[in-house]
Design a binder for this molecule. Structure first.
Ligand SMILES: Cc1cc2nc3c(=O)[nH]c(=O)nc-3n(C[C@H](O)[C@H](O)[C@H](O)COP(=O)(O)OP(=O)(O)OC[C@H]3O[C@@H](n4cnc5c(N)ncnc54)[C@H](O)[C@@H]3O)c2cc1C
Length: 425
């Protein structure tokens, strides 16, 4: 009988368990979680803070009890795994006890980064990742005591916290160490438009601001001091400067790692029977041909399913790993697909703007390299698929259904041509 262990029960861990159970009704599936919560979707936490969804909606797969029963899992809560010995197929816990497995999935996700600076532990300085983080932020905002907010990090998470403040009419400042918004995903031209929109909506912005320390003022407010000496004072500070993979427990395990656990297309690591999926792993980025940690919900779920299938003797591959992000906030949508840093002066640039869209894309002989689209959240999936196809076969046009969809959404013929297709009337 196949004994499967799953470490970490988020989107990746749940999908792996579901797929493994679907394929092997007899497998023993042991789930080890460091919380007592059911698997939740971290991207919904800011919607909960905003009041757009109730608490339970953060848990898209149901309660832990429902999942346990439906999938016949042994779920061990508040049981963090502290070590892995892949040669002997055992994992370790803090109390010194061990457990065995035949196949194991590492799906421990990532944690919000807390920079090692003075003041990070002051009350009112928050991070944003977990349900607990969301509860604390919501409780502070609901109390009415927060009259101003400072968000550090113009990241995909940071912008959602800005939205949480803005919808409550709480004056908000967003600062970042980079020269412009969404620096790792946005062309400067796109960022200028995004920034203008935010400023129009009352958000103050400041860039090239590297955080140095956080101080408490005599009146209880908090001040972020940056390396340039500028001071930003607010009642609440949210630090949203990125994530770090939860992989410290794998130190000395021999499992190959860069920033995350290195996996192949089957989500297998360098050890037989050891798989990784979701935010903790680095899968092959089909654009750069290197391993890359691309922490998005789609990847976590799909990679979990692939691992779940392969842990039960199936054969599935994950081959859609490209940089992609969708920011949807304050009635504004920004899609970025591909690697903005890979674009250079030798590439062909496409730019288009009308009342509905701003589009900036870059391509060369190898296909589309990066796309920024402002104004169309619903086209994210289609554009990602077109992007992937353009990498796989740069000369191929886009299929007629996609062309029709894009035309129906009001995209110009010139954009369809840029993507490689022939527009139709
Ligand atoms: C505010 C916010 C907004 C986001 N917005 C988007 C978005 O718009 N679009 C998008 O695609 N993605 C978004 N994401 C990212 C997306 O939520 C993640 O990519 C995805 O949830 C990762 O799932 P996961 O299962 O890999 O990790 P996680 O959800 O982090 O789950 C990992 C689990 O493992 C547990 N764990 C860790 N270490 C151990 C251990 N040693 N032993 C046992 N258990 C352990 C953790 O506590 C956690 O429960 C957002 C994330 C946040 C926080």
């Amino acid at each position: 009988m196949n004994k499967i262990a799953i470490i970490g029960f988020g989107g990746a861990g749940f999908c792996a368990a579901e797929e493994a159970r679907r394929r092997d009704p007899k497998a023993v599936i042991d789930v080890y979680s460091d919380t007592d919560l059911g698997p939740y979707n971290p991207m919904l936490t800011t919607y909960y803070v905003k009041g757009a969804i109730p608490y339970d909606a953060m848990f898209p797969y149901g309660s832990l009890e429902e999942i346990r029963e439906k999938l016949n899992l042994n779920i061990y809560t508040n049981r963090p795994v502290t070590g892995l010995d892949p040669a002997n197929r055992t994992l370790r816990f803090a109390d010194g006890s061990q457990a065995g497995y035949d196949n194991i999935l590492i799906s421990t996700g990532a944690s919000a980064v807390a920079p090692p600076i003075p003041g990070m532990d002051l009350p009112g300085v928050l991070k944003m990742r977990t349900v607990k983080d969301a509860q604390e932020l919501k409780q502070r905002l609901d109390s009415g005591a927060v009259k101003s907010g400072l968000v550090i990090g113009s990241s995909w998470v940071g912008i959602k916290v800005v939205e949480d403040l803005a919808v409550r009419d709480i004056p908000c400042t967003l600062i970042d160490g980079a020269p412009w918004m969404f620096y790792v995903a946005a062309f400067e031209e796109s960022a200028r438009r995004i920034q203008a929109d935010l400023q129009h909506k009352g958000v103050s912005l400041s860039f090239n601001q590297m955080l140095e320390r956080i101080e408490r003022e005599d009146d209880g407010r908090l001040t972020a001091v940056t390396k340039s000496g500028d001071r930003f004072t607010a009642d609440l500070i949210a630090v949203c400067i990125g994530v770090r993979t939860n992989t410290a427990f794998l130190k000395d395990s021999g499992v190959a790692m860069n920033r995350g656990v290195v996996v192949d297309k089957t989500m297998a690591t360098n050890y037989p029977g050891v798989y990784a999926a979701g935010d903790c792993c680095e899968a092959l980025d089909i654009q750069s041909g290197t391993h890359r940690n691309i922490g998005v919900w789609f990847n976590a779920q799909k990679q979990g399913r692939v691992a779940g299938a392969n842990m039960t003797g199936g054969r599935m591959e994950f081959d859609a790993n490209v940089l992609v992000n969708l920011a949807h906030y304050l009635d504004y949508d920004f899609i970025s697909i591909g690697d903005v840093s890979a674009c250079g002066p030798e590439d062909a640039v496409y730019e288009y703007e009308d009342a509905r869209y701003y589009i900036r894309g870059v391509r060369n002989g190898g296909g589309v390299k990066c796309l920024n689209v402002i104004g169309s959240a619903e086209s994210n999936g289609l554009l990602k698929n077109i992007f992937i196809k353009s990498i796989e076969s740069p000369a191929a046009g886009i299929d007629i259904r996609s062309v029709c969809y894009l035309k129906d959404k009001g995209f110009p013929d010139s954009f369809i041509d840029f993507l490689g297709g022939k527009s139709v009337d």
